[in-house]
Design a protein around this ligand. Structure first.
Ligand code: HEM
Length: 255
């Protein structure tokens, strides 16, 4: 980055010539070309500046926390302005469920993105927030469960009957895994369990993601397209990671 800025400050011979050097030979045609290159150059500088800004913003836990709180703020706004629609309970269930699922997906995305694009420092910076993102997914899942237990079901008998449904069993399975992961997300838990056991437990997050896919597909008014939009990019990123891992392994064996 420093090298790029040095160059842009005119320390490079070509930049110097470009700024004060020989006049264009082909009149307005060259002027047009010059202005195009100049524009592209300005755009490039702007892009670098913007990326730096974005990286600085994403370094802050407060900023990421604010981003994570947006769905909750959106729901609070809808409650205060009475914009919950015809079926408020369904609205709240879908909002909290989708927020939990999206945060889970983003958390899982960080590793494959960081490994695929090691030179993009933004992904490295975001990976530092994986604990915050994972725990936030669990908090939204808690809200989702509470809404279901206290608002969706009118009596205990109906609640217990519903808990045996395939759709609910998958949601509950995912929830229990997220609960175990959130409870063991502290530095103290890592020390107590040992890195190996902790890693093993935290790999179950993939089982949780799979159960959420089943949960979304098994819903009465299931929306396969929505599930694909949510999980498709993650599945592609994980498949790419697996393929690269296999390739590296084969290369190592050849040596
Ligand atoms: C704790 C157990 C759970 C229960 C009892 C439960 C219950 C429900 C219910 C009743 C709905 C239907 C809303 C409707 O359309 O009327 C729903 C939807 C949804 N749930 Fe859960 N859920 C649970 C766990 C989870 C977890 C852990 C996640 C994600 C991390 C999740 C993500 C979703 C999503 C994304 C939807 C919306 C599906 C769609 O509209 O396509 N749920 N859940």
């Amino acid at each position: 980055m420093k090298q790029i800025l040095k160059t842009e400050l005119g320390l490079n011979r070509h930049t110097f010539l470009w700024q004060v050097g020989p006049k264009p030979r082909y009149g307005f045609l060259n002027q047009g070309m010059d202005s195009f290159v100049g524009l592209a150059h300005q755009f490039f500088l702007l892009l670098i500046g913007t990326m730096k800004w974005i990286e600085t913003l994403f370094k802050s836990k407060w900023f990421v926390g604010l981003l994570v709180a947006i769905p909750a703020l959106r729901v609070a706004y809808a409650i205060f302005t009475e914009q919950l629609g015809g079926n408020p309970v369904e609205f709240l269930l879908i909002e909290s469920g989708e927020s939990a699922a999206i945060l889970l997906i983003v958390t899982l995305w960080l590793s494959p993105l960081r490994l695929r694009f090691p030179k993009v420092s933004l992904f490295k910076i975001c990976a530092r927030h994986s604990r915050l993102l994972g725990v936030s997914s669990f908090v939204y899942a808690c809200a989702h469960l509470l809404i279901y237990v206290f608002l969706e079901n009118s009596d205990l008998e109906e609640l217990l009957e519903n808990f045996l449904r395939y759709f609910i069993v998958t949601g509950l399975g995912a929830f229990l895994i997220l609960w175990a992961l959130a409870m063991t997300s502290t530095n103290w838990a890592i020390k107590k369990m040992g890195a190996k056991r902790w890693k093993k437990l935290h790999r179950t997050v993939y089982i949780a993601a799979f159960l959420v896919i089943l949960h979304m597909v098994a819903k009465e008014k299931s929306d396969i397209l929505k599930t694909l939009i949510f999980f498709g990019p993650l599945i592609i990123a994980e498949a790419d990671r697996f393929w690269r891992y296999r390739k590296n392994l084969a290369l190592k064996k050849q040596r």
